[in-house]
Design a protein. Structure first.
Length: 349
């Protein structure tokens, strides 16, 4: 089987949807999921499953004593014409009593996909902890736009404990009178990014072995780009196959300036239970692979559906010798979200 056939099989099979490496920690609580990355930046997410009306509530918080929570409500809403300018967010108790209401503006420039930042106020957080459901009400919004809040309090309490806030004045649920911990959060691994190099005088055409290896790529979707990683080291990215317009197989090749094949150290993808074929490697490539020569960042991603609210994303930074993993993020296994929590991150200097 050719490498192209292997790649096409991986793309059409969702890269076998390999299980992500376990984040620093993660747990489920009723309708909610909580997780923390390797630096104890934590997220709690509640919302609908992949096959239901897309709506979610996400609460993120850094591990520093002064870090405040951030709240994001994400949803997809189809409206008629004219499009309404706002929607009512209501949090109800188990008996239907209204615990909190707020009218949310719908930015006209976001189409039908909305990421609405909410104020992290005491009354709103209390309503989330004590409520039964968050509901959106308005023209064009049916009864399916509901986030069940069962488990939200337990998820936030779990985050308090992971971040050593339980019993302190900064806790979201397990609040006490003790001062915030002065212990610094865990330090992310350091990657020293290689200086940018000139992208001038790059070859226009790939070497013969690259052309031969990608001869079976879909002609109407084929494109190619070449980048200089370091003096004397080029990277070719050749777009090959597309699935439904949102997952694209991209082949990767590394050569010297004369077009001779080179190798790179292994590129760590961060998956725990993946076959070797799921690696991003020269002569194989990856899903939606792209490179930014200014930031020296290589990115790969896989989307579970066209709205791009499910899947995973990995980033690597070029240090002059190898691509080092700098970010691993995923929508998780339970909820669709546009703000994928990270399970791993590095510092880039």
């Amino acid at each position: 089987m050719t490498r192209l056939a292997v790649l096409a099989g991986l793309i059409f099979a969702g890269l076998s949807t390999p299980a992500l490496a376990a984040p620093a920690a993660g747990a489920g609580f009723g309708e909610w999921q909580a997780s923390c990355d390797n630096t104890l930046v934590c997220s709690a997410i509640g919302g609908t499953s992949y096959n239901a009306t897309p709506i979610y509530l996400q609460i993120d918080r850094g591990a520093g004593p002064g870090d405040r929570p951030t709240l994001m409500l994400g949803t997809q809403i189809g409206f008629g014409d004219p499009r309404p300018r706002s929607v009512l967010m209501r949090i109800e108790g188990a008996d239907g009593a209204v615990l909190y209401e707020r009218r949310l503006a719908l930015p006209a420039d976001q189409g039908s996909l909305y990421r609405l930042r909410l104020p992290a106020t005491g009354p709103l957080l209390a309503a989330i902890r004590n409520g039964a459901r968050l509901r959106l009400i308005g023209e064009g919004v049916d009864e399916g736009y509901v986030v069940k809040l069962d488990g939200s309090s337990a998820a936030l309490r779990w985050i308090d404990e992971r971040q050593r806030r339980a019993g302190t004045v900064t806790a979201l649920v397990a609040r006490g009178t003790a001062p915030a911990s002065s212990a610094p959060p865990p330090l992310a691994p350091l990657i020293r990014r290689a200086p940018a190099v000139s992208q001038a005088h790059l070859p226009a055409d790939p070497p013969a072995f690259v052309l031969a290896a990608t001869a079976d790529c879909e002609a109407d979707g084929r494109s190619q780009a070449v980048y200089r990683l370091s003096p004397g080291k080029l990277m070719w990215l050749v777009t090959c196959n597309s699935v439904a317009g949102y997952n694209t197989g991209v082949m990767m090749y590394v050569t010297d300036e004369a077009g001779r094949r080179l190798t790179l150290p292994p590129i760590d993808h961060g998956f725990e239970d993946a076959d070797d074929e799921a690696d991003v490697t020269p002569d194989q490539g990856g899903s939606n692979l792209e490179y930014d020569p200014r930031t020296r960042t290589l990115r790969a991603a896989f989307y579970g559906r066209g709205m791009r609210d499910t899947g995973w994303r990995v980033e690597w930074t070029w240090d002059g010798h190898a691509f080092r993993r700098s970010l691993l993020a995923s929508s998780g296994d339970e909820h669709a979200t546009y703000d994928w929590p990270a399970s791993y991150r590095a510092r880039i200097h």
